[in-house]
Design a protein around this ligand. Structure first.
Ligand SMILES: Nc1ncnc2c1ncn2[C@@H]1O[C@H](COP(=O)(O)OP(=O)(O)O)[C@@H](O)[C@H]1O
Ligand SMILES: [Mg+2]
Length: 246
């Protein structure tokens, strides 16, 4: 399926930030990209009503004039109130997650859109007792981008994530570092080693943005977002989207 799956080494690493910026950048380049967030835990309030948090954030940069409820309805399938693990949240609400329903929705959306799919947490997060996020990535057949932290611990987390995805036959197309501080020597060293260690390109290095809070839709003003777009290697991202030459 065309598009990219945005996963990460953990929850809270910058997946929503990256997905939002990629969709914005692709739309600006004339591609019909959408932020697809099939499984979401956690809502935020916008104008007195509650919406799935990650989509509310991307909406605020992508379609701020549009209807947020309609925006979320198209792009989400399982949205749970509590910001906890998806299978736990589903259990609390007496619902079950059906992977086949996610794949069916993705296929439908993909007829007219380029899907920038965002996972939840990392690759080994359970969606059901025997179906993990990595299984969904494999079933969707999208190349994966891994969002990683810059500092101590990231080599281990990223390497494990890459290996786990490759074991399932997922193409790991690249890494994006989020929260980079150019004055941190550990981050500087990791930046080089992440790519070398995993044989995969680093397609974006987003700086640490003081005060960023993706649970506050509208936080990312157009001008900040514009500056961040320059931190991506768009040639490589476009090549990932076009897929391997046949
Ligand atoms: N580049 C960054 N600069 C500063 N803070 C960041 C950055 N990337 C992520 N964060 C922090 O992590 C939080 C979660 O980011 P988010 O994109 O929602 O992660 P995820 O989707 O992986 O859970 C943000 O609200 C912010 O506090
Ligand atoms: Mg997110």
């Amino acid at each position: 399926m065309r598009g990219i799956f945005i996963t990460g080494t953990d929850t809270g690493v910058g997946k929503t930030l990256v997905a939002t910026l990629l969709v914005r950048g692709l739309l600006d380049r004339g591609f019909p990209a959408v932020h697809f967030k099939p499984v979401q835990s956690g809502f935020v309030a916008v104008s007195g009503r509650e919406y799935p948090a990650d989509l509310a954030f991307s909406w605020s940069l992508i379609e701020p004039e549009g209807d947020l409820a309609a925006y979320c309805a198209q792009r989400s399938l399982y949205a749970f109130r509590d910001p906890i693990a998806p299978d736990h949240a589903a259990e609390k609400e007496g619902r079950g997650i059906e992977p086949a329903a996610i794949v069916a929705r993705a296929k439908k959306l993909a007829k007219a859109h380029l899907l920038i799919t965002e996972g939840a947490g990392g690759v080994a997060v359970p969606l059901t007792a025997n179906y993990l996020m990595a299984d969904l990535i494999a079933d969707l057949g999208q190349p994966a981008l891994i969002v990683a932290r810059p500092g101590l611990g990231t080599l281990n987390h990223t390497h494990l994530t890459v290996a786990y995805l490759r074991q399932r036959g997922v193409t790991v197309a690249g890494i994006v570092i989020s929260g980079y501080d150019p004055n941190d020597p550990i981050a500087q060293r990791n930046r080089k080693q992440l790519s070398e260690m995993n044989g995969t390109p680093t397609v974006g290095i987003l700086p640490r943005i003081i005060g960023l809070d993706t649970e506050r839709p509208g936080w990312l003003a157009g001008v900040v977002a514009g500056t961040l777009q320059e931190k991506f290697d768009w040639d490589t991202i476009m090549a990932i989207i076009k897929g391997p030459a046949r």
